[in-house]
Design a protein. Structure first.
Ligand code: ATP
Ligand code: MG
Length: 279
C-alpha cells in the first residue's frame, strides 16, 4: 500500500506556501506523517519570519504599500484621487445595465432591495465625474482605489472582496485613446514594479470589446474601456474617455509569483502574504 498527503495535509501546506517535492508517495502512514510534520515545521518557521519582518521592520502590508505607491504615481501625473461609497443604490446598477437578466447581477451582494455592495467602482466614478465635468476643464483624470464585492466560486484567482484601482480620463482625444490606455497601463504597472505583462483583446459584458492587460500565462491583471460608450447616456456624459481597472491582489499575486490570491487579500488567516495560523 502507498500513501500520499491527505487533502487536509495538502491544505495546511498550501496555506503555509510549502510545495512538497514530487513524488510525495510514502510506504507507510508513519513515513507520511513524519514528512508532513517536517514540512509543516519549516513552513511555520518561514511564515513566522515573514510576520516578524512585518511587525519589526516594514510595518505595512504590501497591499497598503502598493495602494499608496499607485496613488502617488497617479497624482504625480495629474490624476485626482476620489472616494465613493461602498454601498451603492440598485438604481446605479441598473444604469450600468446590470439587470436581473445579466450574468453579473447574480454575483452582486444585494442588501435590502434598494442597495447593494458595489461590484465595481464605475457607478460611483460616473456619478462624481458627471458633477465634476460641469465645473472642471478636460482632460480630467480621476481614480479610486477601494473594495469591490462579487459572489465568485472559490478559486485561486478570485476573491469575494477585492481591491480595485480604477483610473478614468475624460476628454482624451479620440484618435489617441488606445495609445493613452497603453501609457496608463504602463504607468500603473511600473509603479507596481511589475514587468513582463502583455495586452490582449477581450470582450466585457458591460463595456463590450476592449483591451486587457494579462500576465504571460494569461492571468487577467486589468481590463480597459473607452468612450463615447452607450453607458455614458445614463450620466449625460458626451465626451471621449478612457478607463482602466486593476485588481490589486492580482497584481501582488503575479508580482510575488504565488499560486493563490487569498494570501494577498483582506483576511484574518493571512497578513501581508504570510499565514497567521502558526500553532
Ligand atoms: P475575470 O474575467 O478574471 O473574472 P473580470 O473581467 O470579471 O475578471 P473586471 O470586471 O474586468 O474583471 O475587473 C477589473 C479587474 O479587477 C480584473 O482585471 C481583475 O484584476 C480584478 N478582479 C475582478 N474580479 C476579481 C475578483 N473576484 N477577485 C480579485 N480580483 C478581481
Ligand atoms: Mg475584465
Amino acid at each position: 500500500m502507498s500513501y500520499s498527503f491527505s487533502a487536509a495535509q495538502m491544505n495546511r501546506l498550501s496555506e503555509l506556501a510549502v510545495t512538497p517535492l514530487e513524488p510525495a508517495i510514502f510506504e507507510t502512514a508513519e513515513a507520511r506523517q513524519k514528512m508532513f510534520s517536517q514540512l509543516e515545521k519549516e513552513g511555520v518557521k518561514k511564515n513566522r519570519r515573514a510576520l516578524t519582518r512585518l511587525i519589526e521592520t516594514t510595518h505595512k502590508p504590501a497591499l497598503c504599500t502598493l495602494s499608496e505607491n499607485l496613488a502617488r504615481a497617479l497624482c504625480a501625473q495629474g490624476f485626482t484621487q476620489v472616494t465613493t461609497p461602498t454601498i451603492i443604490s440598485s438604481k446605479a446598477l441598473k444604469k450600468m445595465t446590470i439587470t436581473p437578466q445579466s450574468p453579473l447581477y447574480k454575483q452582486v451582494f444585494h442588501l435590502d432591495g434598494k442597495t447593494c455592495l458595489r461590484p465595481m467602482l464605475a457607478p460611483g466614478l460616473y456619478e462624481v465625474s458627471q458633477r465634476l465635468l460641469n465645473s472642471q476643464k478636460q482632460p480630467l483624470g480621476i481614480f479610486e482605489i477601494g473594495s469591490c464585492f462579487r459572489k465568485e466560486s472559490e478559486g485561486n484567482t478570485h476573491l469575494k472582496e477585492f481591491t480595485m484601482l480604477n483610473v478614468v480620463e475624460w476628454g482624451t482625444p479620440l484618435e489617441t485613446r488606445l495609445e493613452r490606455l497603453k501609457t496608463l497601463g504602463a504607468l500603473v504597472l511600473d509603479a507596481a514594479e511589475i514587468p513582463g505583462y502583455c495586452f490582449k483583446e477581450d470582450h466585457s459584458v458591460v463595456y463590450g470589446d476592449g483591451l486587457d492587460l494579462v500576465s504571460p500565462d494569461g492571468l487577467e491583471l486589468a481590463s480597459t474601456s473607452m468612450g463615447p460608450h452607450p453607458l455614458d447616456d445614463a450620466w449625460k456624459i458626451t465626451c471621449t474617455w478612457v478607463g482602466i481597472g486593476f485588481g490589486l491582489e492580482r497584481l501582488l499575486m503575479f508580482r510575488e509569483k504565488t499560486s493563490g490570491i487569498h494570501r494577498h487579500s483582506k483576511s484574518t488567516t493571512f497578513l501581508d502574504g504570510a499565514c497567521l495560523k502558526l500553532k
